[in-house]
Design a protein around this ligand. Structure first.
Ligand SMILES: O=c1[nH]c(=O)c2nc[nH]c2[nH]1
Length: 454
């Protein structure tokens, strides 16, 4: 879709590295007709190239700033109606009690349409510009999710879930052959709506090792080799699940080894959770350059465990954040970043202060880290020349005036003496989607909060 050139002026904040959050005041970014960053002037008067003088300008003032869009590296779109509904369950009983009954209802595309439209609109409004979605086993509903992401403009990886054992009879693939045929059918559909997978990409999705026969895992590994598509699955989330994997795959040395044997541990593989990995598994994952989606809200909610993110980072693993709705209760990546901060503090209570993540580290994981996890680090996750304009405007509200409580929505308690670093910390710890005023994906405006003018 042809776009107009635009200029964005004001304060830009993004991660340069895990520990370096760059704050650029009085800067200008020019975005071209293709939604790409064509030039950056930082800081100081705009040094626009020829032809950019009369371009529409979006200028931020006060406690507002541009921030890269969030990248959710693991979210079950179909489970969105269950967000917050998990009782006291843990993974295996949670799947049977809450998850499989809901997912199976997506044989009805009217249900799928309602849920998928809602989750895509909601996550866009929360600043998620890229999402790695699990759908369900149903081909029509999975294709519909891809259509909805394309129509609403969210960058997405859409996975048709493969599961042919250890699942209820009413909700599982008939055979290895049918799982592969249905997966191919979704790949073809996505190719028909987005031929170069520019915005929407298929992702090969074995649910997790226990729900796939060895032959199915191997066939999905072969499909990955044939197509070079990304893979997403779960690993080492919960101790009962790990025991089940050992029972079902007695020949395997470890959970990670099961995926490796099937050819599913690749540089394009996203492994969600990774809470209880052994040192040997970590080494194997690193040697295959597979990626990890850390899901702290879910790991807490369904009591899976506390992933030791500092250790994983120190070992050089590539990590992003995933909301894991509805194991996780929130679809907001801002909340997920906060959960990552708090879980790291719980780890610190036993392992020492070194385990604590800093705000800038959590934001890195939610943006640049996520971009690496989904293999798009040259395109998204930061503000660099040639990158796509996947961005959000964050507004914290005006500095507080009187001791009356201001009832306008989304105002944070900014007293006026805060540095930008402190304002960002207030956003991460006390903000929500009311602070997300506008969102763009590849230069296209995909969400604007009522009352915000651009
Ligand atoms: O958090 C999770 N959510 C799921 O849907 C799932 N399936 C297998 N393992 C899982 N873990």
């Amino acid at each position: 879709m042809a776009l107009e050139r635009r200029k964005f002026v004001g304060t830009f904040i993004h991660s340069k590295s895990l520990t370096d959050l760059e704050i650029c005041e009085e800067a200008t970014i020019g975005v071209d007709e293709h939604g790409k960053i064509a030039y950056i002037t930082r800081p100081g008067p705009d040094k626009a190239p020829d032809g950019w003088d009369s371009v529409h300008t979006i200028k931020l003032e006060g406690n507002k700033f541009f921030f890269p869009g969030f990248i959710d590296t693991h979210i079950h779109a179909s489970q969105y109606p269950n967000a917050g509904v998990f009782g006291k369950s843990t993974l295996l009983d949670w799947l049977n009690t809450y998850t499989f009954p809901l997912e199976s209802s997506f044989s009805d595309t009217a249900i799928a349409s309602k849920v998928y439209n809602r989750v895509v609109a909601r996550t866009l409004s929360q600043g998620t510009t890229t999402a790695c979605y699990y759908a369900t086993t149903h081909v029509p509903a999975t294709n519909l999710l891809a259509d909805i992401c394309l129509k609403r403009g969210q960058r997405a990886f859409v996975g048709r879930v493969c599961m042919d054992r250890m699942s209820p009879e009413y909700y599982q693939d008939e055979s290895t052959e049918s799982a592969i045929a249905d997966t191919r059918s979704c790949i073809s559909h996505i190719r028909s709506i987005d031929p170069s997978f520019d915005l929407i990409s298929p992702v090969i999705t074995p649910r997790f090792a226990p729900s796939c026969h060895t032959a199915t895992l191997a066939a999905l590994g072969a499909l990955q080799k044939e197509t070079n598509l990304p893979v997403q699955t779960h690993i080492s989330e919960n101790t009962s699940e790990i025991a089940l994997v050992a029972e079902l795959f007695p020949e395997a040395d470890s959970y990670a080894h099961v995926y490796d044997t099937a050819g599913l541990l690749t540089p394009k593989t996203i492994l969600a959770h990774a809470v209880h990995l052994s040192p040997t598994e970590r080494q194997l994952i690193k040697s295959r350059d597979a990626k990890i989606s850390h899901c702290p809200a879910s790991n807490t909610a369904i009591t899976s465990g506390r992933a030791k993110v500092r250790e994983l980072l120190d070992e050089g693993l590539t990590i992003g954040l995933g909301t894991d709705v509805s194991g996780g209760h929130t679809s907001s990546m801002l909340s997920e970043a906060r959960e990552a901060l708090f879980v790291s503090r719980h780890v610190a209570m036993t392992d020492g202060d070194e385990a604590k993540l800093a705000v800038e580290e959590a934001l890195y994981l939610a943006t640049r880290g996520g971009a690496k996890v989904v293999g798009l680090e040259s395109k998204i996750g930061g503000f660099e020349m040639g990158m796509d304009w996947d961005a959000q405007v964050v507004g914290l509200g005006d500095t507080v005036g009187t001791d009356e409580i201001d009832q306008s929505e989304g105002l944070l308690e900014i007293f006026g003496k805060e540095t930008w670093e402190e304002k960002v910390a207030k956003w991460v710890y006390t903000g929500d989607d009311r602070n997300t005023l506008a969102v763009w994906v590849k230069g296209r405006l995909v969400h604007k909060r009522n009352g915000f003018t651009i």
